[in-house]
Design a protein around this ligand. Structure first.
Ligand SMILES: [Zn+2]
Length: 374
């Protein structure tokens, strides 16, 4: 039994050692950057790429990791963060490389997801002219939290961590174990001088960035979705940019929007992400079945289909949240809310086709019509 458990809990079997090994390896990654001949060339992005990068419709699938790293680097320069905070451009490169190395190759929660979330944040900053509303410290927090928000994600969600009583769940007392871990890994990386983009900050400024980043990463736990959205709804009609509580709440909603924004993108970009997510869910539910743990219906390969997985999520999670943000930023309707409505309609049509097929062959598709709980 012990051997079985250690074989199926790669994340949690000697977690501390794994962490150290990873960070040591990453420090070496940083050294590698120093000897890279292209190291001092700022970036090799075409004018078209740089322009497309500012739009929610950007297609992240066509890029290699090193190209995504150049894009992330560009965003920090383009937003004036490197200049305003006197960030060492070489440290920025090394930090991003280290970030890349600390995302695992999960079907969904991988470096490309980190890139997509950050790119959506970057495009929202432009679309909503957030630099006119927020301080540069807030912009730095929004971008950095997006980059770090799923660091070292093991590919199994909080429910699994808690039910399987993993080392992460024990360490964080079942309270957002994953999000706490992502955050801790982020600040372990910053504790390495080679990767600390905040090394020029005075202690007070660092404290502010650290607190802000922690708050945003912890806000990405979907278990807190209702609580955070309700709090935002209470503020949105009398929103006050001079009220710190209002601004923090808005930033929490913004990172939440970006984190689950795939369906905002064009169908060809969005749809492959559903397959990735289901692949990760099925890996989890298969493991839960072998370990005798509870299985959520929306993760069960016997019960879920792409349309059933997406319809409820788009109708009851995405559209209500984006429509609330739209009260503050009407400009997102065309670029973000409209694509969501189109995606909902498309998946509803696909579901009707599925249902019609099930009526013809009910015995072959056992269980597919069951409701999916999002
Ligand atoms: Zn995420």
């Amino acid at each position: 039994m012990g051997a079985l458990l250690s074989a199926v809990h790669p994340v949690t079997t000697d977690h501390r050692r794994t962490q150290k090994t990873r960070l040591r390896r990453l420090a070496v990654g940083g050294q590698r950057g120093k000897t890279d001949p292209s190291h001092h060339t700022p970036y090799h992005l075409s004018k078209e790429t740089v322009e497309a990068l500012r739009l929610p419709a950007f297609d992240a699938w066509q890029w290699e990791p090193n190209e995504m790293l150049s894009c992330l680097e560009h965003m920090y320069h383009d937003l004036g963060l490197v200049k305003d905070f006197n960030i060492n451009p070489i440290t920025l490169k090394r930090w991003l490389l280290c970030i890349h190395d600390n995302y695992r190759n999960n079907p969904f929660h991988n470096f490309r997801h980190c890139f997509c979330v950050t790119q959506m944040m970057y495009s929202m900053i432009w679309l909503c002219s957030l630099q006119e509303k927020f301080t540069q410290v807030d912009i730095l927090i929004l971008m950095t939290a997006a980059v770090c928000h799923d660091l070292d994600h093991p590919g199994f969600n909080n429910t699994y961590q808690i039910n399987a009583r993993t080392e992460l769940a024990v360490r964080y007392n079942d309270i957002s174990p994953l999000e706490n871990h992502h955050c801790a890994v982020a600040f372990q990386i910053f504790s390495q001088p080679d990767c600390n983009i905040f090394s020029n900050f005075d202690p007070e400024a660092f404290k502010q960035i650290r607190q802000g980043t922690i708050t945003l990463i912890l806000a990405t736990d979907m278990a807190r979705h209702g609580e955070i959205l309700d709090s935002f709804k209470q503020k949105v009609d009398n929103f006050d940019y001079t009220d710190e509580e209002h601004v923090t709440c808005l930033k929490m909603v913004l990172i939440k929007c970006c984190d689950i924004s795939n369906e905002v993108r064009p169908m060809e970009v969005a749809e492959p992400w559903v397959d990735c997510l289901l692949e990760e869910y099925f890996m989890q539910s298969d493991r839960e079945k072998t370990e005798g743990l509870p299985v959520a219906p929306f993760m069960d390969r016997e019960k879920v289909t792409k349309p059933t997985a997406q319809i409820g999520f788009i109708k009851f999670v995405l559209i209500p949240m984006f429509e609330t943000v739209m009260k503050l930023f009407p400009q997102i309707e065309e670029a973000m809310v409209q694509p969501l409505r189109e995606s909902r309609d498309r998946y509803e049509e696909l579901k009707q086709i599925d249902d019609a097929m099930n009526e013809v062959r009910p015995q072959s598709d056992h269980g597919r019509k069951e409701e999916v709980n999002v």
